[in-house]
Write a protein that binds this ligand. Structure first.
Ligand SMILES: [Zn+2]
Length: 332
């Protein structure tokens, strides 16, 4: 149970009202109810009249590294690292959409997904904003926590102080002695020195885009049951910047960009050659050893207990240098 001071504090924090004004509202509420209610009770009613959800605020703020699957109440303060493009799907003839984003704090990163009307929140948000998120967590299909809003969840911009990504970005290991650590956002100029020839295709639900599980030659989505799957690509390899190397993983559009081929095209090559790794073999020579800029986040792969570079952007060094030149001129 919150004390009167705590409730007043929360009302003031969220409305910016003066202490005297809030106290007066509480007195008015007591008078309205003929003094039959305690000050705390009246304060709760005032909060409700002002649309302030005091109880939702009792959740304990967590560091991202402590968010695990299956938590009913999660409160974090994070910087938005990446907002992925909206994906549309159809369910029983009705259109739906989902947007994923990656949230960062100095202890780690976590994926959050917003569904249908929840995506409206994003109209007021952009990458690099600092937000306070209230939600719950569930397990995604890689065993990682995924944040969801749910009925009581919300995301709001906040003035809380979080370091900029710049403070943890490892631009170039040749000039930076920083180490990769779990949760760091990395930008590495280097080359892909290895590209593993493992099956690049995996099945996803055509309705929500989430990976499906194979079950006796059929594919099962937790939310949409048995589905005829779509295919996505994942590639993995080793990125090396001349000083050190790290295992890197490329999903979906990033994988397409890396090998310069849409998934459909890769699928037809695989079919034609009757070999699922054929598209990789075909493109490897073009990609290996080429200098590129990789950006993404460092995650611990708990199955193998090693750090991995989850790449969310690949660009040509030349394009980046060109862009930097343009930015430099604009700055003058
Ligand atoms: Zn689904």
């Amino acid at each position: 149970m919150l004390s009167l001071d705590e409730i007043v504090g929360k009302i003031r924090e969220q409305t910016g009202l003066d202490n005297a004004v809030v106290q007066q509202k509480i007195e008015d509420k007591k008078a309205e109810l003929s003094g039959l209610i305690s000050s705390e009770g009246a304060a709760h009613l005032v909060a409700r009249d002002l649309n302030i959800d005091i109880l939702a605020r009792i959740t304990r703020r967590l560091e991202i590294r402590n968010v695990v699957p299956g938590m009913r109440n999660v409160e974090i303060v994070a910087r938005i690292y990446r907002i992925f493009p909206e994906r549309e799907f159809e369910r029983n003839g009705a259109k739906g959409k989902v947007v994923n984003m990656i949230l960062w704090d100095p202890t780690g990163t976590v994926r959050m997904s917003m569904w249908n009307d929840e995506t409206k929140i994003l109209e007021n948000l952009k990458e690099n904003d600092v937000v306070r998120v209230f939600g719950y967590s569930k397990e995604d299909n890689r065993g990682e926590p995924e944040l969801r809003l749910g009925g009581r969840g919300k995301i709001e911009k906040t003035n809380d102080d979080l370091p900029a990504f710049n403070n943890v970005v490892i631009e170039d290991k040749r000039s930076d002695t920083g180490e990769f650590h779990e949760g760091s956002i990395a930008r590495v100029r280097g080359t892909l020195v290895q590209l593993f020839e493992s099956d690049p295709f995996y099945e996803v639900c055509p309705q929500c885009g989430i990976r499906v599980r194979a079950n006796e030659n059929k594919f099962f989505c937790d939310e949409h049951q048995y589905v005829a799957p779509n295919y996505c690509m994942v590639l993995s390899g080793v990125v090396d910047d001349g000083v050190m190397s790290i295992r890197a993983v490329f999903f979906r559009d990033v994988a397409e960009k890396l090998i310069g081929m849409k998934t459909q095209e890769a699928l037809s090559i695989a079919k034609e050659r009757m070999n699922r790794t054929a598209p990789i073999t075909e493109r490897a020579a073009l990609i290996l050893g080429k200098e590129m800029v990789f950006s993404g986040r460092i995650k611990r792969n708990s199955m193998f207990d090693r750090l991995e570079f989850l790449v969310s952007g690949v660009s040509d060094v030349n394009a980046v240098e060109e862009a930097n030149k343009i930015l430099a001129t604009l700055g003058n």
